[in-house]
Design a protein around this ligand. Structure first.
Ligand code: C2E
Ligand code: CA
Ligand code: CA
Ligand code: CA
Length: 279
């Protein structure tokens, strides 16, 4: 028994060090692709629920790794955060979105709002935020259309500091959206205090909307409050017509999800926008 116990421990340690090695290899490769500008972008359109018009798009980063296939941002963004690589990713995203959208000819014409995700680590670091601002100014064409998405948890870690920061940045013409709204512990405090332009109701709520009357009541109440506060409400992760009807009924303003459009590369986005407006 003793021997097999030791064997199990050895196996366990081996598995642990293999996954640790794999993690280190992933970080090494990530550092490399950031340095070589080998990440790429997709854009997911957002629409007005009232008239179906395009309201903007969210920029999402992609890593197509030759060895591993597609590595999801859910995997590599947290890794980037814990290895001081997040600024490099945000810098790439902003620079590349500026380039692609300007070249497409859509920026300021059909696309008038571009949402970029900012990580919690970035938002809560004075140093990273000031280098972010410098970066944003280096993309002057994109700047007037930028909206920054920060998660609810990021903004909540120090609410009064967030209020000061957001107030200052909005004076610089930046717009702000609270991502994954409803997943934190004081969503009401955020609505009460934060100077923001938009909230995005988390996908989990949308998922439960049809069969949970409580969820419907919450979404409806949030949309009503937001309307009074002149904050736009985006429902994200909308996948079915039934969900769309429910969010319309609840008074949400905008929709983003696979039902209306998947995230797509810039060329597809150009075709998508062109087809929509010529038909
Ligand atoms: P998020 O900000 O909540 O982004 C929305 C995610 O939902 C995206 O996943 C998008 O592809 C997915 N999605 C959109 N519509 C639907 C739908 O109808 N159904 C379902 N099931 N999913 C839908 P993605 O691109 O894998 O990104 C995952 C997360 O990674 C993002 O969540 C965001 O937190 C982070 N992320 C992505 N790009 C960036 C980036 O450039 N910078 C930072 N800091 N984080 C990013
Ligand atoms: Ca987001
Ligand atoms: Ca979200
Ligand atoms: Ca999310």
């Amino acid at each position: 028994a003793k021997r097999s116990g030791q064997g199990m421990i050895r196996q366990f340690n081996q598995a642990l060090s293999e996954s640790e090695q794999e993690r280190q290899a992933l970080v090494r490769d990530l550092r490399q692709v950031i340095a070589n500008d080998q990440l790429s972008l997709v854009y997911q359109p957002q629409f007005s629920i009232a008239d179906g018009g395009l309201t903007g798009c969210e920029v999402l980063v992609r890593w197509q790794c030759p060895k591993r296939g597609a590595v999801g941002p859910d995997v590599f963004i947290p890794l980037a955060e814990s290895n001081n690589l997040i600024s490099g990713i945000t810098a790439f995203v902003v620079r590349q979105a500026n380039k692609e959208l300007v070249e497409s000819g859509m920026l300021g014409d059909t696309i008038r709002r571009v949402s970029v995700n900012i990580s919690a680590q970035e938002f809560n670091s004075e140093k990273l935020m000031s280098s972010l601002l410098t970066m944003l100014h280096q993309s002057p064409q994109l700047y007037p259309y930028l909206q920054l998405e920060i998660t609810e948890t990021a903004a909540l870690s120090d609410l009064s500091a967030s209020v000061r920061l957001l107030t200052r940045l909005r004076e610089l013409g930046l717009k702000f959206s609270i991502d994954d709204f409803g997943t934190g512990y004081s969503s009401l405090a955020m609505l009460k205090n934060l100077p923001i332009d938009e909230i995005k109701i988390d996908r989990d709520f949308i998922h439960d909307l049809l069969d949970q009357p409580r969820v419907r009541a919450i979404v409806e109440a949030v949309a009503t409050m937001a309307r009074t506060l002149e904050i736009s409400v985006v429902a994200e992760g909308v996948e079915t017509q039934e969900q769309l009807e429910q969010i319309r009924f609840c008074g949400c303003h905008e929709v983003q999800g696979y039902l209306t459009a998947r995230p797509m590369e810039i060329d597809q986005l150009t075709d998508f926008v062109r087809n929509q407006w010529s038909s």
